[in-house]
Design a protein around this ligand. Structure first.
Ligand code: ARG
Length: 257
């Protein structure tokens, strides 16, 4: 059989189109395409989630999400949304899960589904460096108290301090810290591990002695009824929590505390 050059070239082109097209379909449209899972977080909460010097969102929660995504071969996307906007974004379908040091509460349980808990925390207090220590709840009376909008810290302050003090809610924790350093507020109530982090990281602020034992547990939130995603998250979390990797992550982000 004699094949002329034209026919051969044409055949090669046709084969290339078929192979290329199939590969494109498989990896970008079809079954080989990785599932994209969008994590929403409020990247103002070190060491759980914050923006590093390179502009990347990093932290303990990010590593947990990466671990889960890696287990299932998902492509993880991260959206930075002020904490108060996370549940609305989840409900609107803009994100698939919230990994944001979010405390499992009965009120939130009514609107989202939570994973098994993966971290415990209480509320702590941050003050400007050099200011008198705060050791009791009464020390917070007659002061300007900063909180992050939509958090359990805000709820605690509204419940316990509203009759005595002015409570000022900030969308972002870093703005609240700036306000503290500037003297606009006298104390900032936020999750204890984050107060510890800021106290160690900045010479301008100090962690007060008062720890408010709220017994909070963090969970990952998904849309109500998104059982398929929740089951996967729970299986991965359960595996992670009982592995050495979990202690390595704690060590890496909390220095063993
Ligand atoms: N644990 C607290 C809550 O659930 C505060 C969480 C704030 N998280 C954040 N990424 N800023 O309300």
């Amino acid at each position: 059989m004699k094949v002329d050059v034209k026919t051969a070239v044409l055949a090669i082109i046709i084969i290339a189109i078929i192979v290329g097209g199939t590969a494109y379909w498989y990896f970008y449209i079809g079954p080989g395409k990785p599932r994209v899972v969008v994590m929403g977080t409020s990247a103002d909460f070190p060491p759980f989630e914050f923006v590093d010097e390179q502009g990347n969102i990093v932290g303990f929660d990010v590593d947990i999400a990466k671990y889960i995504a890696h287990k299932y071969g998902w492509k993880l996307e991260i959206k930075d949304i002020a904490f108060e906007g996370l549940i609305p974004a989840l409900q609107a379908g803009e994100i698939d899960m919230i990994v944001a040091a979010m405390t499992i509460t009965p009120e939130r349980e009514e609107v989202v589904d939570f994973s098994i808990p993966y971290y415990n925390a209480s509320q702590g207090v941050l003050i400007k460096a050099g200011n008198p220590d705060i050791t009791t709840v009464e020390d917070l009376y007659n002061k300007k108290i900063g909180v992050q909008a939509g958090t359990t810290g805000e709820a605690w302050a509204e419940e316990n301090l509203a009759n005595y003090s002015e409570i000022i809610a900030y969308q972002r924790v870093y703005d609240a810290v700036t306000a503290l350093v500037a003297g606009y507020i006298d104390a900032l109530i936020l999750d204890d591990p984050v107060a510890t982090y800021y106290g160690n990281a900045s010479a301008d602020v100090e962690k007060a002695s008062l720890v408010i034992d709220t017994g909070e547990r963090y969970g990952i939130a998904v849309r109500e009824g998104d059982t398929e995603l929740l089951n996967k998250i729970n299986a991965a979390l359960d595996e992670l929590i009982h592995s050495d990797t979990y202690y390595e992550l704690i060590e890496a982000w909390f220095g063993g505390s």
